[in-house]
Design a protein around this ligand. Structure first.
Ligand code: IDP
Ligand code: MG
Length: 146
């Protein structure tokens, strides 16, 4: 393994959350994806029901923020995307920044646009297993075009 760097082709699930859509920063997020060489393999807009948001965030069931988070995620339309590329899970999480925008690195999407620890504009899968579950939650194979 040259240089100790593993080249891993991956897919990840990205969401522009309802706060990002309602504040008119869909284009801003997509511009950053394109500028940073992320390949968009699938994309659509949808408005989750409360139940659908609870299913998507089932891993957080029982946490104090679960009720509020799933209400927020079902409060309006969101843009869901599949991104594909080498180490895309980590690379996209770096572009997003930390969950809490106050702790997010300078220049990240959350640092620049989030208004709240909950309303933090974007979602990204955190591991290959969660990415597979999350992609299948929104897309079938015919909808993933590369
Ligand atoms: P992540 O989106 O950076 O992976 P997670 O811990 O998976 O962060 O949490 C999922 C989402 O739940 C966050 O993006 C944020 O919207 C919300 N959230 C996480 N922690 C808190 C909290 O302490 N208070 C309120 N909302 C939170
Ligand atoms: Mg997460």
């Amino acid at each position: 393994m040259k240089g100790g760097y593993r080249h891993v082709m991956e897919r990840t699930l990205a969401i522009i959350k309802p706060d990002g859509v309602s504040r008119g920063i869909i284009g801003e997020v997509i511009k950053r994806l394109e500028n940073n060489d992320f390949k968009i393999a699938a994309m659509k807009m949808l408005h989750l029901s409360k139940k659908q948001a609870e299913g998507f965030y089932a891993v957080h069931q029982g946490k104090p923020f679960f009720e509020s988070l799933t209400a927020f995620m079902s409060s309006g339309p969101a843009v869901v995307m599949v991104l594909e590329g080498e180490n895309v899970i980590t690379r996209y999480r770096e572009l997003m920044g930390a969950t809490n925008y106050k702790e997010a690195a300078e220049g990240t999407i959350r640092r620049e646009f989030a208004t709240d620890i909950e309303k933090n504009v974007v979602h990204g899968s955190d591991a290959p297993e969660t990415a597979a579950f999350e992609i299948a939650y929104y897309f079938n194979n015919l909808e993933i075009v590369i």
